[in-house]
Ligand binder design. Structure first.
Ligand SMILES: Cc1cc2nc3c(=O)[nH]c(=O)nc-3n(C[C@H](O)[C@H](O)[C@H](O)COP(=O)(O)O)c2cc1C
Length: 397
C-alpha cells in the first residue's frame, strides 16, 4: 500500500537519472534534499537523528554573528557539531558585513563544509531595525553581506536563503537571486512565502519556477514539503535543483528515509507505528540530554513530544503529561502505556507543526524605502544584554 494523504499527491517515484545530485560548489548533495535551518530545532541532536534515517544536507539553525563572535556560550554550542557530522553546515544570521566575514572565516577555519546565510527572518524586532527579510530590499547591502561571507569562507561554499519578499507589493527574490549569483553564492534557497505570510497559506511554487528561469546557480525550493511525494512534485513542477524540508520533519525524522527512497526510485516504507515512534522519542531525548545536559535537554524534549504524538488516538491526554516531563524515566514510563501497534495516523502527515497560521503586517524602519541603493548596515545589538534579547526574539520567530 502507498502511504499518502491522497492519490493526487502520491506521484511516481524518481526514474533512474531523473534528478542530479545537488551541486553546491564542490559539495554533491545526493539525494538533493536539505534539512531547513530551524531555530530551536536543527541542533546537532536532531540533525544526527535525521541523518540516520536518510541522506542529504543538514543545516544548523541560524547562528547570530554577534553572539558567535562574542563567544556567547549557548550560541557557540548551537553552532557546534560532533566529529561524526559530515558535511557540516551552519547558517549565519548577521547584518554587518564585518561580523559576517569574520564569522565565515572562523567557521571555515573550524572545518565547516557549507555556510548558509539567512535573509528571510520575519521577526518584527528584526525587520523594524532593517534586518532579516528587510535586507534584500536593499540589494547593495545584500551584496556587501554576501561578498563578505564568500570572501571570509574561502573555499567553503556559501548559499543564501530568502523569502519571496516582504509582502506581495514588495517582492525581492529575483533581485536576491541576481545578487547571490553576482557575489559568488553557490545556490539560493527560496521559501516561497512573504514575511507578511509568515508560515500561513500555501507556498507559491510558481515563484520557485520563475527564479529557476532567472538564475544560473542552483535553486533550492522551500515550502510545503510534508510528504516525500511533495519533493518530487516540487522538483518536477518548478525545475528546482533541490528541496529544503522544514516543518514536515518535526516529529517525523524518518521523512528523510522516505525522501531517500523515492529519489532512489523505491517506494518508501510505511511510517513507523506508535511503538517504534516511542523508541525514536527516547533516542531523541537521550541525544538532547547528552548535548545540552539534562535540564535544558528535557525542556527541549517537551515540545518534540507534542510534535511526535500529533494525530494519535487519545494523544491529547498523553501530551498533557509529556509536556511536563522532568526525567528520561518519566518519559519512558508515559510512553510504556501507548498502543505500540497503532499505525501512524494519515491525518498527521500534513499537520502544521512548529508555527501557527497567523499572518502579520511587516514594519520597516521609517523612510527605509526612500533609498534602496543605500548599503549602510542596519544597527544591530552590541551589548551582551541586547544580543540576548535579540536571540530570544529570533528564536521565537
Ligand atoms: C520552528 C522554526 C524555526 C525556523 N528557524 C529558521 C532559521 O533559523 N533560519 C531560517 O532560514 N529559516 C527558519 N525557519 C524557516 C524554515 O527554514 C522554512 O523556510 C519554513 O519553515 C518553510 O518550509 P516548510 O513549509 O517546509 O516548513 C524556521 C521555521 C520554523 C518552523
Amino acid at each position: 500500500m502507498r502511504f499518502a494523504t491522497g492519490d493526487n499527491l502520491a506521484v511516481p517515484v524518481a526514474r533512474p537519472g531523473e534528478f542530479e545530485p545537488l551541486a553546491i560548489g564542490s559539495l554533491a548533495v545526493d539525494p538533493p534534499v536539505v534539512l531547513a535551518p530551524m531555530a530551536g530545532v536543527t541542533n546537532h541532536p536532531f540533525r544526527s537523528l535525521c541523518r540516520e534515517f536518510g541522506a542529504g544536507l543538514y543545516v544548523s539553525e541560524m547562528i547570530t554573528a554577534r553572539g558567535f563572535l562574542m563567544g556567547n556560550r549557548l550560541t557557540k554550542l548551537l553552532a557546534s557539531s560532533m566529529p561524526d557530522e559530515t558535511p557540516r553546515s551552519v547558517q549565519i544570521y548577521g547584518s554587518d558585513p564585518v561580523d559576517v566575514g569574520e564569522m565565515a572565516r572562523a567557521l571555515a577555519a573550524e572545518g565547516v563544509d557549507h555556510l548558509d546565510m539567512n535573509f528571510g527572518c520575519p521577526v518584527p524586532k528584526v525587520t523594524r531595525a532593517g534586518g532579516g527579510s528587510a535586507i534584500p530590499l536593499k540589494p547593495r547591502l545584500l551584496a556587501r553581506l554576501v561578498r563578505a561571507a564568500v570572501r571570509g569562507a574561502g573555499n567553503v561554499p556559501v548559499t543564501i536563503k530568502v523569502r519571496k519578499g516582504v509582502n506581495d507589493d514588495l517582492t525581492t527574490y529575483l533581485d536576491a537571486g541576481r545578487v547571490a549569483q553576482e557575489e559568488g553564492a553557490r545556490a539560493i534557497g527560496l521559501h516561497a512565502r512573504t514575511s507578511a505570510q509568515l508560515y500561513a497559506g500555501e507556498a507559491d511554487w510558481d515563484a520557485i519556477g520563475t527564479l529557476v528561469e532567472r538564475v544560473t546557480i542552483p535553486v533550492l525550493g522551500n515550502g510545503d514539503v510534508w510528504e516525500a511525494w511533495d519533493a518530487l512534485r516540487m522538483m518536477r513542477a518548478t525545475g528546482c535543483h533541490g528541496v529544503i524540508v522544514g516543518r514536515g520533519c518535526l516529529g517525523r525524522p524518518w521523512l528523510f528515509g522516505e525522501l531517500a527512497a523515492v529519489f532512489a526510485g523505491r517506494e518508501p516504507d510505511p511510517p513507523p507505528n506508535f511503538g517504534r515512534i516511542a523508541e525514536i522519542m527516547v533516542d531523541h531525548a537521550e541525544r538532547l540530554i547528552e548535548f545540552f545536559g539534562a535540564e535544558y535537554g528535557l525542556r527541549q524534549m517537551r515540545k518534540w513530544c507534542t510534535w511526535y504524538t500529533v494525530g494519535f488516538r487519545g494523544s491529547a491526554k498523553l501530551r498533557a503529561k509529556l509536556v511536563r516531563i522532568d526525567s528520561l524515566d518519566e518519559l519512558r514510563a508515559h510512553l510504556a502505556a501507548v498502543d505500540s501497534d497503532e499505525p501512524f495516523p494519515l491525518n498527521a502527515l500534513r499537520a502544521h507543526r512548529g508555527k501557527g497560521g497567523r499572518t502579520q503586517r511587516v514594519v520597516l524602519p521609517e523612510g527605509f524605502l526612500d533609498d534602496r541603493d543605500d548599503d549602510t548596515p542596519p544597527k544591530g545589538p552590541r551589548s551582551a544584554e541586547e544580543i540576548a534579547a535579540w536571540e530570544k526574539a529570533l528564536a521565537g520567530g
